[in-house]
Ligand binder design. Sequence first.
Ligand code: C2E
Ligand code: CA
Ligand code: CA
Ligand code: CA
Length: 279
Amino acid sequence: VKHAGKNGYELFVKSMNVVAKRRLELESNLRKAIELNELSLNYQPQIDMQTNRIIGVEALLRWHSEELGFVSPVEFIPVAEETGLITPIGEWVMREACAQAVRWQVQGLPEIRMAVNLSVRQFAKQSLEKQVNQVLLDTGLPVHCLELEITENMMMDDVEGSVETLHRLKALGVQLAIDDFGTGYSSLSYLKRFPIDRLKVDRSFITHVTTDPGDASVTQAIIAVAHNLGLSVTAEGVEEESQLAFLREHSCEEVQGYLFSRPLKADDLAELLGSNNGY
Ligand code: C2E
Ligand code: CA
Ligand code: CA
Ligand code: CA
C-alpha cells in the first residue's frame, strides 16, 4: 500500500469498504435467518469400508438468504462466531439434526450416527453439556447416535478445560470426533488425553494422497497413530477410486466424499438410506 501511491491507496480503501459492507450485510441478514426459516441442513453420508454401507451422516449447514442468495458456511460461520450469532444458530443446528435423525428412525430406516459440527464458542460454553443433554431429551435421539465434531484448534487455548469438557460430554454417552485432523496446532502428546472416538483426516491430505508422497505419509501416520490409540479414522473429501483404494489398503475405517455422495437434503438421504444402504 505504501508504495502504491494515491491510486493504490484509494483502491485499498475501496476494497476495505467492500469487505466491511459485505460483513455488515451478512451480519444483519444472519440475525433474521432463523426466524425467516432461511437455514437448513444437508446430510453427507459416511461409509463403512467393511460393509460399504452408510454408517453415519454429517450435518452441514446451508443458508439461503432472501436478500443475499446462497451463502457458503465458509463465509458466514466466521461472521456468526464473531458476532455471537453462532450460539442460537448452533443450538438450532443441534436440535434440527437430532430431530431429523429421529424422523428417519421413525420411518423405519436403519439407525445411523448423526455428526454435528461444533463452533469455537459453543465448545467454550460451560452450558454445552446441559444443552446437548436437553436436545437429546427433547428429541428422543438415543445418545450413542450423536457425534460431535471438534477441531484441534478449539482445544488449544485451554487444554485442561477442554479435556474436562470432553470428559463431561463423553460421560453423557455421545461420540466425539476431531475434525480436520492434521491441519491444526495440537500436538500428538495431547491426543492421548482426549477421550475421543475418531479422527477425521482433512481433505487437504486426501486430495493428493495417491500422487504426493508427503500427503501419503501424513495420512498413513495419522491412521497408524489413531489405531495405536484405539481410535477409528474417517477420511474426508474422497473423490476418486484410487484414493479409496489407498485408504482401504491402509485400513481406514470410514470414508466421506463426493465419490459416494454430496451432502443431500433429508428426503434424498432417506431415499438413499432406504434403497439398499450400500454402495
Ligand atoms: P467441514 O466440517 O470440514 O465439512 C466438510 C466440507 O467439505 C463440507 O463443506 C462438505 O460439503 C465438503 N466436502 C465433502 N466431501 C467433499 C469432497 O469430496 N470434495 C470437496 N471438494 N468437498 C467436500 P461445506 O458444507 O461447505 O462446509 C464448510 C465448513 O463449514 C465445514 O467444514 C465446517 O467447518 C463449517 N460448517 C458447516 N456446517 C456447520 C455447522 O452446522 N456448524 C459449524 N460450526 N460449522 C459448520
Ligand atoms: Ca466437520
Ligand atoms: Ca472436516
Ligand atoms: Ca475442512
